[in-house]
Write a protein that binds this ligand. Structure first.
Ligand SMILES: [Zn+2]
Length: 252
């Protein structure tokens, strides 16, 4: 079983918004998703941005921009292009575990048509709640596409062998979840937006829209799962990608 980390474009924001001490300094925060090539099927953890966001003239792209979501994202950054470079046909992806339904995590669903979504029940419900979903920047037509949906409550062992297990980590959104992956590459906890950066795990500076008490509890729980060799891969940490990448990626 192999675990890959792929970067599906970047956000441009302040370091402070990522929970980093540099405050007002501008940072390019990666938008990652992950590919797990398991003998019993391919699974993704998240799937990045919608392909339309690569088109500067697109209405959805412009709406994101107008709402302050400043992203760099090209046609070669989509989930489908990453999978092709890994020689994986998007049509044979079996599972997409969604950390949550924010636009930069679930936007690429349309390119992976045959997968079953694995999502915490309360997150799936939140996606249909108008008031909550307004802050997700992912209209229903971009995620409610007829995929099979496995709604889970709490931990879920994806392949039944303990190698890939969902860990609920609510707070960033009502039903956020993280993923623990154990294989010959080591023990990785894919934190997702339960914590944006390594620094935010110390500063505990979380986004304004989130439930901070729940985020603190979830992050404490994730950190308590660490063994001596566990690698925590944070949601949008500029220091954990590029030349410092923790995980192998598709060839360029
Ligand atoms: Zn998010």
């Amino acid at each position: 079983m192999r675990l890959f980390g792929c970067v599906c474009g970047q956000f441009h924001t302040t370091a402070g918004a990522m929970g980093m001490r540099a405050g007002e300094a501008r940072v390019a925060a990666p938008v990652p998703f992950y590919v797990i090539d398991h003998p019993d099927g391919v699974a993704l953890f998240d799937c990045g941005l919608h392909a339309d966001v690569a088109n500067a003239d697109d209405d959805y792209r412009q709406a994101l921009q107008a709402q302050g979501q400043d992203v760099t994202f090209g046609p070669d950054d989509t989930v489908a292009r990453h999978l092709e470079r890994l020689d994986i046909d998007p049509g044979r992806v079996r599972w997409i575990v969604l950390s949550h339904l924010h636009f930069d995590h679930a936007g690429g669903l349309h390119q992976v048509p045959n997968a079953t979504l694995v999502v915490q029940r309360r997150e799936w419900e939140a996606g249909f709640d108008r008031e909550t979903a307004r802050r997700y920047f992912l209209p229903r037509r971009y995620f409610d596409l007829g995929h099979k949906v496995l709604q889970v409550d709490g931990e879920h062992d994806l392949f039944g062998d303990g190698s890939v297990v969902t860990i609920p980590s609510h707070g960033h959104t009502p039903g956020h979840q993280s993923l623990r992956v154990r294989n010959e590459q080591g023990d990785h906890i894919l934190v997702g937006d339960a914590c944006y950066t390594c620094e935010a795990a110390e500063t505990r500076s979380f986004p304004v829209f989130a439930d901070h008490d729940a985020m603190n509890r979830s992050l404490d729980g994730l950190l308590a799962l660490r063994g001596p060799d566990t690698v925590m891969v944070f949601g949008h940490d500029p220091g954990q990608w590029g030349e410092n990448a923790l995980l192998p990626a598709a060839r360029a």
